[in-house]
Design a protein around this ligand. Structure first.
Ligand SMILES: [Zn+2]
Length: 219
């Protein structure tokens, strides 16, 4: 039997990337996040990677067909027996339709879409409290995982800072874009009976058990 092809959807900060990595460790899935895959393809210098690099270097949005090409290239490099998890792709209905065609050519189909549901307010709370050590890159959360001394790294004594991307206004804008793009996508998969969802507002181990149960229920 061909390996499962799953899609993880959810806003930035929902923990879906972490869960995709756990499914690699627990169930042998190959996680393919759109950002990492794009960077890897550019670095490898493949034809599609070269096309994508032109947009990235120019600082413009990489078009739908190129992102789709990059993700399909990465999927088709996996043996058909391997399960894959697409993380952060597709983002639009157009990409989802192109994905279907490409997967069919590779002898695969989308088996399920797992949507990581969480309120925007909770994501904002998780991210705005994030601090990173300027020196060693260790991450803290001043609410849930604070350093022993305020603003000082436990590990190296370095000063902690907030990343520009972690400011509330930046996060709110990113979330609004995400909801606008993906609401039609979620409906698209729901109509086809492929949509599953997990409550991503809970602690990671509880979310992980639900994800495993959903995957095992696919048979
Ligand atoms: Zn440090």
């Amino acid at each position: 039997m061909a390996g499962r092809t799953l899609i993880f959807t959810g806003p930035p900060g929902s923990g879906k990337g972490t869960q995709a990595a756990h499914m690699r460790d627990r169930l042998g899935f190959v996680p393919l996040s759109s950002g990492d895959t794009l960077r890897a393809e550019i670095k490898a210098g493949s034809d599609i990677g070269k096309q994508a690099a032109q947009y990235v270097q120019a600082g413009t949005l990489v078009p739908d067909d190129i992102i789709t090409g990059v993700m399909l290239a990465a999927v088709s490099r996996q043996p058909t027996s391997a399960g894959v998890i697409l993380d952060g792709f597709p983002r639009t209905v157009g990409q989802a339709e192109a994905l279907d065609d490409g997967l069919a050519a590779a002898g695969r189909k989308v088996d399920a879409v797992i949507d990581f549901r969480i309120d925007d307010g909770l994501i904002v709370e998780r991210i705005v409290n994030r601090r990173i050590c300027k020196n060693c890159g260790a991450t803290y959360n001043i609410r849930f995982c604070p350093p022993k001394v305020a603003n000082v790294c436990d590990r190296c004594g370095g000063e902690l800072m907030q990343r520009v991307d972690d400011r509330e206004d930046v996060i709110r804008t990113r979330l609004a874009t995400y909801r606008e793009q993906t609401t039609p996508l979620i409906e698209f998969y729901d109509r086809r009976g492929l949509l599953r969802s997990v409550d991503a507002s809970r602690e990671a181990p509880a979310v992980e058990s639900d994800v495993v149960a959903l995957i095992e229920a696919l048979g």
